[in-house]
Design a protein around this ligand. Structure first.
Ligand code: GPK
Length: 832
């Protein structure tokens, strides 16, 4: 190689402090175009990100090349959401150059923590589902699995939440406004995606009936690649996000006057396809643009996957041996019809063979049992937008129903439940049924959720295919959620058991014996206190409320949803407030209730609960009679970056969903790993968390999923009676209904009170209230005994090893995908 290039290359790869410093200064001038005097914090962020990016490109290409050369089986994780958050800290930590980078910046007179703050939070997701996808990317790369993420490059991520007079107001989140140093645009990786038009029947060369999709509108999908750095930096995988581009017809067309402006308008409209992330969490909008987004990214991804496969193969027989495609919920489920179309219509594969290939390639993860979240597209919309896919779905359905056991048994009710088409009312395509039928494996995300899937939404399919449903309990990446977010605790752990836990979280078990060590407990508390101080400062900055660092930090952070029952939490807060006021001489355990979470913009009840929390907070926080023993804060704009500050600082983790409704939860895992004790129902993964941390180290309360089911079925629950018999609940509700917290509008909360009484209290807030308050009391009592509390907190951290997403991802790899680790070859680093 030419010596000049070689020295440049070495410079770009250099991981020492001097080399980094030189790179920073060079990047600032020649790429960002500023000198050090004029550079803003954002300029420095771009500078550092670009210099760090240099240090991963070689290994990224090595990784991709190794997969290609070995024709390794890849896994493709198709997801409409990737909630990845900031990447700078993550890249530095996974490359192992955080300290060097900090020192290099020091020498320029800059602080790494300030530079990090200039990075926008990539919020290409709503909540748990999107964050799970991001944890899986980290784990696939860290486990050296050949894994690709495929999704949409939304120009607007999840909206920014602000509170105005206590109400949620949404602002656009323009994360790309100042450019994105992590992404590589690939203008040459471009696939056509079609919509509308009609289907033409014709005879193929051997006289068989065949179909082609004609007169369709065309959009191009353009790729943007982001490297995904595994821990240690050896494997660097790819997240490929698609952006909509108008076809080149526009560039080459000539137009007469009016037509030109119309054409420009059309181009803008076409490109709206990838403009914005739908802000609904676990609810289905039924909007045409959303269907188009789903098909757009799924089709582009499948075309890309087939192109890659065809580099090594001339027929599709071994596609399932070379590609595993995971559907993250039903959002990409149209991919099943699309792969059939590509194989049958475009590549001439016979139907039955194509179907076998399709089923062997796809698998599907279900994330919720909530009926309002199960996607069902109107047949009329599907016929219009994707006419050929509608035909294919009919064909799949006809063949399936003809062969099903239900037909043999003459059970028509069961047959209509198995159908891909819901024939009741306006006809709809059931995407869950399509995903199930077109996959060889279907999984739930916690043990309880998977069992409930078998008993409820997929009971009929489970009877038909008893081997198909399996469980993969969610996990979280210990890199981001402990190693990076909680440096005080991470350093303490490493000082005692070494740093093997970062890659193999099971090793953290060794901390359990330290729970009885007085010195270790003291240090554990010190780490927690440091994190609490940081959070207290953040709370003060964000809300203006001063909280006591030594109060019990009681944390509920997650999307606002009735089933997650933030309402139960705030009602308990009101009850506690009353008790404190009634008994001013008692020495209370000071409590800080910390909430954060966004509500879907159209979810009125959730937004009203936000307003209620803010209204209650205002009254409580200004009432001198509670002597600062109770503070309530609702932090605005909860996102990954905020979570990184909140999780390490929590004492108590609120996981209080109505049993049977939270599929898994992953915030529950982050909080427990960071040494918070859980107060929760036996729902989702809480059940397994209890099994791991032990019954004595968790506060469980409330109805079980089975009891909830029985109670609802029997209709034997009267919330009014429950309220009448519980004075503290009654008093809290009366205060809300008489306007104690909303003197300007005493009837404001009528809809909430209505839902809890005449509405039948669907989420069983009143039913669980008494037991919840008892559990809270238990927690406060325990908190007085700091040694005992710390002992339990340590046992939580020590026993959470199993909840690493590395464990989860290896289960997917061996039990669903049959994908194996591939160690990248790094020739440049071994030569000479
Ligand atoms: C489930 F159905 C959905 C959805 O649309 N979005 C979403 O975030 C969540 N989820 C579940 O609610 C959580 O219980 C679960 O831990 C998470 O998905 C990941 O599986």
């Amino acid at each position: 190689m030419d010596a000049r290039y070689k020295s440049r290359e070495i410079e770009r790869r250099s991981l020492d402090v001097d080399g980094l410093k030189r790179s920073f200064l060079e990047w600032l001038v020649y790429s960002v175009g500023k000198d050090a005097r004029a550079a803003t914090r954002r300029d420095w962020f771009h500078t550092v990100a670009l210099a760090v990016r240099d240090r991963l490109v070689d290994r990224w290409m090595d990784t991709t090349r190794t997969y290609y050369q070995q024709d390794a089986k890849r896994v493709y994780y198709l997801s409409l959401e990737f909630l990845i958050g900031r990447l700078l800290t993550n890249s530095l930590a996974n490359l192992g150059i955080t300290d060097q980078c900090r020192q290099a910046l020091d020498r320029i007179g800059l602080n790494l923590d300030d530079v990090v703050e200039a990075e926008p939070d990539a919020a290409l997701g709503n909540g748990g589902l999107g964050r799970l996808a991001a944890c899986f990317l980290d784990s696939m790369a860290s486990e050296a699995l050949p894994g690709y993420g495929y999704g949409i490059r939304y120009e607007f991520g999840l909206f920014e939440q602000r509170f105005e007079h206590g109400w949620q107001v949404e602002y656009p989140e323009q994360w790309l406004q100042f450019g994105n140093p992590w992404e590589f645009p690939r203008p040459e990786v471009l696939y056509p995606v079609q919509f509308y038009g009609r289907v033409e029947e014709f005879r193929d060369s051997v006289g068989e009936r065949a179909y082609r999709w004609v007169d369709a509108e065309r959009v191009l999908a353009m790729a943007y690649d982001t490297p995904v750095v595994g821990y240690g930096g050896d494997t660097i995988n790819t997240l490929r996000l698609w952006s909509a581009r108008a076809t080149r017809d526009f560039n080459f067309g000539h137009f007469n006057d009016g037509a030109y402006m119309k054409a420009v308008e059309q181009k803008v409209l076409t490109e709206n396809l990838s403009r914005v992330l739908y802000p609904n969490d676990a609810t289905e909008g039924g909007k045409e643009l959303r269907l188009k987004q789903e098909y757009f990214f799924t089709s582009a991804s499948l075309q890309d996957i087939l192109r890659r496969y065809l580099q090594h193969h001339s027929n599709f027989d071994s596609l399932p041996d070379k590609a595993a495609i995971q559907l993250n919920d039903t959002h990409p489920a149209i991919g099943i019809a699309e792969l059939m179309r590509l194989l049958v219509d475009q590549h001439g594969v016979l139907w039955d063979k194509a179907w076998d290939i399709t089923r062997a390639t796809f698998s599907y993860t279900n994330h919720t049992l909530l009926p309002e979240a199960l996607e069902a597209w109107p047949v009329r919309m599907m016929e219009r937008v994707l006419p050929r896919h509608m035909q294919i779905i009919y064909e799949i359905n006809a063949k399936f129903l003809n062969r099903s056991k239900a037909r043999a048994a003459g059970d028509n009710a069961r047959l209509s439940r198995l159908s891909l088409i819901d024939e009741r009312g306006d006809r709809r395509v059931r995407m869950g049924n399509l995903a199930f039928l077109g996959s060889h494996k279907v999984n739930g995300v916690s043990a309880l959720h998977t069992e409930l899937m078998k008993q409820t939404v997929f009971a009929d399919f489970h009877a038909e295919f008893p081997e198909r449903i399996n469980n993969k309990t969610n996990g979280i990446t210990p890199r981001r959620w402990l190693h990076q977010a909680n440096q005080p605790l991470a350093a303490l752990i490493t000082s005692r058991i070494g740093n093997g836990w970062i890659k193999d979280l099971g090793q953290i078990k060794a901390l359990a014996e330290k729970a009885d060590d007085l010195v270790f407990r003291e240090e554990f508390r010190r780490a927690k206190r440091k994190n609490k101080k940081r959070l207290a400062a953040y709370i003060a900055r964000q809300t203006g409320v001063d909280v006591q660092v030594d109060s019990l930090f009681d944390v509920q952070v997650k999307r606002m949803h009735e089933y997650k029952r933030q309402l139960l939490n705030i009602l308990q807060a009101i009850a506690l407030y009353n008790e404190m006021r009634d008994n001013p001489t008692v020495s209370w355990v000071p409590v800080t209730k910390i909430f954060a979470g966004k509500a879907a913009p159209s979810y009125h009840m959730a937004k009203l609960i936000i307003k209620l929390i803010n209204d209650v907070a205002k009254v409580v926080n200004h009432d001198p009679s509670v002597h600062d023993n109770l503070k309530i804060v609702l932090l605005p704009n909860y996102n990954v970056t905020a979570a990184e500050i909140i999780m390490p600082a929590a004492d108590l983790s609120e996981q209080i969903s109505t049993a049977g409704m939270e599929a898994s939860g992953t915030g529950n895992m982050k909080l427990a790993l960071n040494g918070a004790l859980t107060i929760g129902t036996l729902d989702g993964a809480n059940v397994e968390i209890r099994e791991h941390v032990g019954d004595d180290n968790i506060f469980i309360f409330g109805l079980t999923a089975e009891e909830v089911n029985d109670l609802r079925a029997s209709g034997g629950f009267n919330p009014r009676e429950v309220i009448a018999s519980n004075p503290s609940l009654k008093r809290a509700l009366d205060m809300i209904s008489t306007g104690v917290f909303s003197p300007d509008d005493p009837h404001r909360y009528h809809p909430i009170l209505q839902a809890l009484t005449d509405g039948g209290d669907h989420f069983l807030v009143t039913a669980d209230f008494a037991e919840y308050c008892e559990a809270q009391q238990e927690a406060m009592d325990l908190y007085r005994d700091q040694e005992e509390w710390t002992r339990k907190a340590i046992l939580n951290t020590a026993n959470m090893g199993w909840f690493s997403s590395d464990r989860t991802i290896m289960e997917y790899a061996t039990e669903i995908w049959d994908v194996h680790p591939v160690k990248p070859e790094h020739p440049a680093e071994t030569e000479g």
